[in-house]
Design a protein around this ligand. Sequence first.
Ligand code: PEP
Ligand code: MG
Length: 576
Amino acid sequence: MFTLHGNGVGAGIAIGRARIIHRPGQEIPKYNIEPEQIDQEVTRLADGIESAIRALQTIKQQIPAEGAEEVNAILDAHLLMLQDPMLSQEPSSIIRAQGINAETALQQHADHLEKMFNDIDDPYLSSKSADVAQIINRIQGELLDEQGSLTAQPEGKFDDQIIIANDLTPADTIELTKHRIGAFITNLGGPISHTAILARSMKIPAIVGLHGAIRYLHNGDLLIIDGKRGVVLVNPDEAALITYRRRREKIVSRIQEMDALLNAAAETLDGVSVSLNANIGLPEEILESVAQNAAGVGLYRTEFLYMNRETMPDEEEQYEVYSHVLKQSATPVTIRTLDLGADKQVDGGRVSDTITTNPALGRRAIRLCLHDLSLFKPQLRAVYRASVHGETRLMIPMMSNIDELDQLFVLLDEVQQELTSQGYDFDPDIPIGGMVEVPAAAISADLFADKLDFLSIGTNDLIQYTLAIDRIDDEVNYLYNPLHPSILRLIKITIDAGKAANIPVSMCGEMAGNVEYTRVLLGMGLRDFSMDPSALLEVKRQIRLTDTAKIEPKVNMLLKTADQKVVKQLISEINE
Ligand code: PEP
Ligand code: MG
């Protein structure tokens, strides 16, 4: 048994077997094989070669007759190489002699062959080394289960499977929901990346930024994942299994205890009433928001509807989905317009073609939408049309320029006129709000507040842009600090601007769902929170234990200090 550490996501505990999802071009795992498992490893190599042969034969059958001759000749040559017993003999000897895994042995053999070819002073023969490399890659792909990607797996329940990957995109993570896996671990990634946010909302414990996960973990390893502590126990002994099974039961009973708060008011000890809303990403999550008695949906991330598909959802499809969400909710739903770009690419769609040098600072979110009206207008039309099915609010992500709002309002007028002339019913008074996620918007929040019906603070991006730390880069994750004085001040400026303009200010970044910050935010005057539904009751509990009058002076001191020791002391006093 040994332990590995990364950034934990989600409070849960999962116990299951490792399943490595390998992508072509990734680092090949290297590990030792126990003497009694050597024969099995040699057989695994032979099976890998067999599978590569079968895969190539299938390809051969599928090629169209036209022009097949040359292609067939190449495939036949590759098949001959694969079927040559020499190909498995040397790597098998390496496995036996060095006690290492099949992939590493095969790679050693491949490196040796490549060197031999390169040393031949004949351009035709040395060009053949490319064929050998292709053959070896094909076998590596079979050994590493590259074909066994999640999409290739039937849908179903795999809660005893712990997926290990170098990295997962938000689109991959959505794919995981269909398979209801137990947990996932990635080499890369930060805890406020969209991948991590999705894991939280799916209630899957995860560990991100665990460098070496691919290297140290093997298919079939028994793992315990502690999402809260960011710890992985590899091949745990019986005592650890017993301890963690107990902990898992405790977490489940804590969730049940919390249910007692479902119908309690979100009100502080001194009678301050707070609105607690849910963040949702997938339409079906509306049920979780309703189940947790949320005051409404403070953030519906619509971009996930655009992922894992070949074509964009059209107006009709969006209308159906938004209508469905609104019908399920008796309370307001804040539909955020598309926030594609940066780490949220659609995979296979047209937006992925436009990756710029720094996507987070590029044509993302409202910038992308205003640039591409064929993307934006169908969404706006769908939202207005769906508004007849429930209380709808429209929210714009990543605003940074007042001009963007002016353009938006022209567009909204146009959309409303079109819908009217086409005979559609809609609510013409949908509140229009904007997200404060860029420091420029926070510093000039008063100017934005004058034009909008509400503001919502997106701390995930606000922290990323203010502290200049990429939210998906775990190497700078240590700098992620919601209590940095600049962040607290920007939040305060935004809350005060909302008050002065008499419009509500909400917070929908991850900071809003972390009980450690609930009192600080209440002390700064925040009265509207939106978070993953699973965090709602914990935050409600904290609100009910808070006296805002008592904490306000300490929060004011917090805004004036840069000394992190003093910050720590003040936070512990505020939270005690
Ligand atoms: C945020 O940036 O805080 C936010 C809520 O938006 P997202 O996480 O989707 O970028
Ligand atoms: Mg954001």
